[in-house]
Each structure stands twice: as C-alpha cells, then as structure tokens.
Ligand binder design. Structure first.
Ligand SMILES: [Zn+2]
Ligand SMILES: [Zn+2]
Length: 128
C-alpha cells in the first residue's frame, strides 16, 4: 500500500501522527518495554510452570521446611532452611517428571547451588 491514512499515536498524550500504532519514538519505547517485561516474567513462566508451579512449590516447602540434600538430610546432619524445590532427576522439559513429587526435593539455596555445580560437572565433563 503506497499510501496509508495517518493515525494518532496510541501512546497517551502523544498526539503525533503515524501510519503505525505508535509514532517512531513510542514504537521504540513500547517494544523495549515489552522485551523487558517478557524478560522479567522469566523463563519459568514461559516454559509453562507459572502460577501452578509457584503454588506447588510453596506447598512442598511447607511440608519440607528443611533442606533434604545428603549433607543436611532434613536437619539430621545440618539444619538449613529449604528455599528451592529441585528435581532429583533433571526433567529436561518432561512434564510428567516435572510434576512427579517423588522426584522433588527441598533444598537450601546454598546446597542447591552446590548440587547444580556438581551436576553440571557430571554431565558437562567426562567422569573421572
Ligand atoms: Zn507517540
Ligand atoms: Zn543441604
């Protein structure tokens, strides 16, 4: 279409004419803001865990307030408050494995980090 009627920019209190939804300035602002909020929502939500996972996670942490890692064993060896729910077997997008509570463990943030690091080592590098 060589000629399109100009419209008023959709941004509040702008009033500039544009052939798009927004004028050049607001078009740019809007797309930047959208990218930022997409990023904020995080990968968890975009992978479909979202609200349901948050709820499930909260419930699980209430049942298991102490870290369940080998070093802590729910307070038997060391008392650390669990703050993350970890998948014992990495689910890698397998939703059945993801929601399988027997595959969940409550971990303290610190222990989770240690575990993630050793897991990366185990899979990223050949076993010694
Ligand atoms: Zn504008
Ligand atoms: Zn621990």
């Amino acid at each position: 279409m060589p000629w399109a009627p100009k419209k008023v920019c959709a941004a509040p209190a702008c009033g500039r004419l544009t052939s798009n939804r927004f004028c050049d300035k607001h078009e740019k602002e809007f797309s930047e803001r959208k990218a930022a909020s997409d990023h904020e929502r995080g990968s968890a939500a975009s992978r479909g865990y979202g609200h349901k996972w948050r709820k499930a996670r909260e419930g699980f942490l209430k049942q298991h307030p102490l870290c369940q890692c080998d070093e802590c064993q729910e307070g038997k060896k060391r008392v650390r408050a669990a703050t993350v729910v970890d998948h014992i077997v990495p689910h890698k997008g397998d939703m059945q494995l993801f929601w399988d509570k027997s595959n969940w463990q409550a971990l303290a943030d610190e222990c989770h980090r240690v575990k993630s690091a050793s897991r990366d080592g185990a899979f990223g590098n050949p076993m010694k």
